[in-house]
Design a protein around this ligand. Structure first.
Ligand code: ATP
Length: 337
C-alpha cells in the first residue's frame, strides 16, 4: 500500500523554526499551531506551509481531527509538553514522534531522579526538610517554568525567609553545585539503535548571568538582589574533547535504563542538563526527553554533526530524516509513540 503523504506539525514556539526547517530540508510540508499573535516568526521565515490558530494551547486536542485528516505527525518540543501537560499528551490520538510514556518520567522530579540514578549518573543531593539544609541549596518549584522564582538558601532560616511568597507552591530543595552548567544534546535512533551527540550549549539566564557584571562591593551596597534563572537564550559550546567518552556513555546509560522504565524506551532527541565541577565530576540535575531549545543555535549543524554528516544537520533535520527512513523501511511503528 502506498504511504500517505505525512506533514510535520508542532506548536509555534520553542524550537518550532528548527523543526520546520529540518522538515522542509527533507521534503515534508509543515503545519504550525499558533496562538493568535505568535504566528509572525513562522510567516517571516517561511517555516509553516499552514498555520492553524488556536485561542489557547490547552485547546490543542480540539484540532486533532483536523491534524489527523492532514496526516500530520506531531514533533513535540519543550513548550508543547509544558503547555499541554504529559497526561494530555499521552491521550493524543494524532500521530506523534517519540515515546509518550517516557514523558511521565521526565515530568516528575522524583521519577526523573530515580531514572538518572538507575542509569548510574551522579545527581545533586535532595533535602527532604528545610531543617536538614547544611550547605548552599537551590529551591526549585515543580513544573518547568524556566527557573522563575528559584532561589538559593544557605540554611533553614534563610530558606524560611525566602519561601514566604511561594508558600503554596510545591518545591524541592536541591544541593547547589558550583561549576559550569552544560547542556548536552543527544539523538538516539530507534531504527539503528545508535546514539549521537548533536551539540552542547550553555544557557544565558536572567539575572544570574548578569550578576558577575556587578562587583561584590556594589552587590553588597544594593538593597536586595536574589538570583533568578529565567532563560533568555542559548550559547553554543564545544566541550573539552577528553570529556566526550564520558558524555557518550552517560547518554547510552540513560537510554538503556529507559527501556526498562517505559518500553520501548527513550528515542529521538534528548538532553542531559549537567554541571561540571573543578574536580571534573559531572552532576546531572535534569533530563529532557525531547528536543531542547539549546539545539537552536545549530540550525546549520554543530561541530559534532559536521563531523558525522558533512552537511548542515540540525536536530530538527535529524528528526525529519528519521521519520523519512522509517517511512522508507516501512517501520513507522518504531518512531511513533
Ligand atoms: P527547564 O525545564 O527549562 O530546564 P527548570 O524550571 O526545570 O527549567 P532547571 O533547569 O532545573 O529549571 O534550573 C534552572 C537553572 O538553575 C539551570 O539552568 C542552572 O543554571 C541552575 N541550576 C539548576 N539546578 C542546579 C544545581 N543543582 N546547582 C547549580 N545550579 C543549578
Amino acid at each position: 500500500m502506498a504511504q500517505p503523504k505525512y506533514k510535520i506539525a508542532t506548536i509555534g514556539s520553542h524550537s518550532g523554526l528548527q523543526i520546520f526547517k529540518g522538515a522542509h530540508d527533507e521534503g515534508f510540508q509543515t503545519i504550525a499551531v499558533c496562538k493568535k499573535g505568535s504566528e509572525k516568526p513562522y510567516k517571516m521565515f517561511n517555516s509553516a506551509d499552514e498555520i492553524i490558530i488556536v485561542d489557547s494551547y490547552a485547546n490543542f486536542p480540539k484540532i486533532q481531527d483536523l491534524l489527523i485528516k492532514k496526516n500530520a505527525i506531531i514533533v513535540p518540543h519543550g513548550s508543547f509538553v509544558t503547555y499541554m501537560g504529559y497526561q494530555e499528551v499521552e491521550k493524543l490520538k494524532v500521530l506523534y514522534y517519540g515515546n509518550k510514556k517516557i514523558l511521565k518520567w521526565e515530568s516528575d522530579r522524583y521519577l526523573e531522579r530515580q531514572w538518572l540514578k538507575n542509569a548510574g549518573l551522579k545527581v545533586p543531593l535532595l533535602f527532604d526538610r528545610p531543617k536538614d539544609i547544611d550547605r548552599l541549596v537551590i529551591v526549585k518549584f515543580m513544573g518547568a517554568e524556566g527557573g522563575k522564582g528559584y532561589f538559593l538558601a544557605k540554611d533553614e532560616k534563610d530558606f524560611n525567609k525566602k519561601i514566604k511568597p511561594y508558600k503554596l507552591r510545591k518545591y524541592i530543595i536541591q544541593e547547589y553545585i558550583i561549576g559550569v552548567p552544560l547542556f548536552i544534546h543527544y539523538f538516539y535512533s530507534s531504527l539503528t539503535n545508535e546514539i549521537e551527540i548533536m551539540g552542547c550549549d550553555i544557557r544565558y539566564e536572567s539575572n544570574v548571568d548578569s550578576l558577575g557584571r556587578i562587583s561584590a562591593r556594589d552587590q553588597v551596597a544594593l538593597p536586595k538582589i536574589d538570583p533568578s534563572y529565567v532563560i533568555v537564550g542559548n550559547i553554543p559550546v564545544v566541550v573539552r574533547e577528553s570529556f566526550l567518552p564520558r558524555l557518550i556513555e552517560m547518554g547510552e546509560n540513560v537510554v538503556k535504563t529507559s527501556k526498562k522504565l517505559a518500553p520501548p524506551g527513550l528515542f529521538g532527541p534528548f538532553c542531559l542538563e549537567t554541571i561540571l565541577t573543578p574536580e571534573e565530576e559531572i552532576f546531572v540535575f535534569e533530563i529532557s526527553a525531547r528536543i531542547v531549545a539549546g539545539t537552536n543555535p545549530f540550525i546549520e549543524g554543530s561541530p559534532y554533526t559536521w563531523l558525522k554528516y558533512n552537511i548542515p544537520m540540525s536536530t530538527g533535520r535529524r528528526i525529519a530524516i528519521e521519520i523519512k527512513n522509517a517511512i522508507k523501511m516501512n517501520q513507522m511503528k518504531k518512531v511513533l509513540g
